[in-house]
Design a protein around this ligand. Structure first.
Ligand SMILES: [Zn+2]
Length: 80
């Protein structure tokens, strides 16, 4: 059987609690960062009416639901 003094038990408990707090903080931040990245990937701005649209389709060209204009995702501005 392992014999511990009260001091060792208290120090071990506090150390374990601190390690768990750091771990869960890291998991929470990682999850939030992934959610933000996913949201930004879906977000697009119409070039005609400047509405921000959340579009989950993977198509390169999407139609604005507000004005019906064709828009292209990404940095390519060939549609004007
Ligand atoms: Zn539009």
């Amino acid at each position: 059987m392992i014999e511990l003094t009260l001091t060792e038990l208290a120090a071990g408990s506090i150390g374990l609690a601190m390690i768990l707090a750091v771990f869960f903080t890291w998991v929470s931040r990682w999850s939030t960062r992934n959610a933000e990245r996913r949201s930004l990937r879906r977000r697009a701005i119409c070039r005609l009416c400047l509405q921000v649209i959340e579009d989950s389709s993977r198509d390169r060209i999407f139609h604005c639901p507000h004005c019906g204009a064709e828009n292209e995702r990404g940095r390519d501005r060939s549609l004007g």
